[in-house]
Design a protein around this ligand. Structure first.
Ligand code: KIV
Ligand code: NA
Length: 277
C-alpha cells in the first residue's frame, strides 16, 4: 500500500474525526503504530516508567528523549511525531526551553514538542515556541512530571477549584498558541466542557469519550507493562504474557537440545568436514 500522507497541523488542530495517538519509543513500536494508521505518535516521557524502569518520569533526560525520538522517527517517517520535553528542560527560562525544543526537532525530526502545565512560565514558553514555528502540544490535568505536587498520581479536576484551574489552563494554552492539549485523568464531563470551549484539539487519556482524540501508552495498550491494569488504559492485547511464554518455551527447547533444529542450522558437505577429523 502507498505510504499514507502525514497529517497536517491544521488537520490535527481542527480534526474532522477523532484523533488516534499512541506512544512509541523505538523503531519497531513506531513501525507498528504507523502501519496501524494512527494520526499521531507521541514519544512520551512515560519512557522513564515503561522502557527505562524508573518509578517516575522525573529522571528522564533530553538525551534520553532524543535517543528514543530518533529511533521512533526512523520507524514512522510518515506519521506526525510529537516528542515530550522532559522535566527540567523547559523550566529555566524561555531561552533554555527554546534550545531544548530546537535540539529535539533538529536531532529527531519530530513535528512538535509537548510539555506539561499552564503556569505563567510554561505559557511564555508555549508562546515563544509556537510563534517561532515549533508546534506545541500542551498537557493539563494529571501531570506526571510534577505529580508529587498534585498529591500523587490521581484524578484531577474533581472539585470546582481544580476543575476551574484545569479549564483555565487549557484555555490559556490555546491562547498561547498550542495546537492541541492532552487532558489526563480528569472527569469525563469536565473534559467534555473543555473540549467544547476549546477551538483546538483535546486529546484525552482517562478523560472520557468526548475529547477530540485519545492517547494510550503503547505498553498499556499491548499489555507489556507489569503491574495492575490502570483505570485510564485498556489492554487490547496481552503481549507481556506472550513474551514470557515464548521466552520460557525457548529456554525449555535449549535445555532439551531441541533448538536449534535442522531447519535453523547450516549444513556442509561430509567430505569437507571429514578432512578436519
Ligand atoms: O508521556 C506520555 O506517555 C504522555 C501521555 C500519557 C499523554 O504524556
Ligand atoms: Na508525558
Amino acid at each position: 500500500p502507498a505510504a499514507r500522507v502525514k497529517r497536517s497541523l491544521p488537520e490535527l488542530t481542527h480534526p474532522a474525526a477523532p484523533l488516534v495517538m499512541v506512544t512509541a519509543y523505538d523503531y519497531p513500536g513506531a513501525r507498528h503504530a504507523e502501519a496501524a494508521g494512527v494520526d499521531l505518535i507521541l514519544v512520551g516521557d512515560s519512557l522513564g516508567n515503561v522502557v527505562l524502569g524508573y518509578d517516575s518520569t522525573a529522571p528522564v533526560t533530553l538525551g534520553d528523549m532524543i535517543h528514543h525520538g530518533k529511533a521512533a522517527r526512523r520507524g514512522a517517517p510518515n506519521t506526525f511525531l510529537v516528542v515530550d520535553l522532559p522535566f527540567g528542560t523547559y523550566h529555566t527560562g524561555v531561552t533554555d526551553a527554546m534550545r531544548s525544543a530546537v535540539r529535539v526537532i533538529q536531532d529527531t525530526g519530530a513535528d512538535a514538542v509537548k510539555m506539561e502545565g499552564s503556569t505563567p512560565e510554561v505559557l511564555d514558553v508555549v508562546r515563544v515556541l509556537s510563534r517561532n514555528g515549533i508546534p506545541v502540544m500542551g498537557h493539563v490535568g494529571l501531570m506526571p512530571q510534577t505529580a508529587a505536587a498534585q498529591g500523587g498520581l490521581r484524578v484531577q479536576g474533581k472539585d470546582d477549584d481544580s476543575a476551574r484551574r484545569t479549564l483555565e489552563g487549557a484555555l490559556a494554552l490555546q491562547e498561547a498558541g498550542a495546537f492541541a492539549v492532552v487532558l489526563e485523568a480528569i472527569p469525563a464531563r469536565l473534559a467534555r466542557l473543555i473540549s467544547e470551549r476549546l477551538d483546538i484539539a483535546t486529546i484525552g487519556i482517562g478523560a472520557g469519550v468526548h475529547c477530540d482524540g485519545q492517547v494510550l501508552v503503547y505498553h498499556d495498550l499491548l499489555g507489556l507493562y507489569e503491574g495492575e491494569e490502570k483505570k485510564i488504559a485498556k489492554r487490547y492485547a496481552d503481549l507481556g504474557r506472550e513474551s514470557r511464554e515464548a521466552i520460557a518455551r525457548y529456554a525449555a527447547e535449549v535445555r532439551a537440545r531441541e533448538f536449534p533444529s535442522k531447519e535453523h542450522s547450516f549444513v556442509m558437505k561430509d567430505e569437507v568436514i571429514d578432512k578436519l577429523y
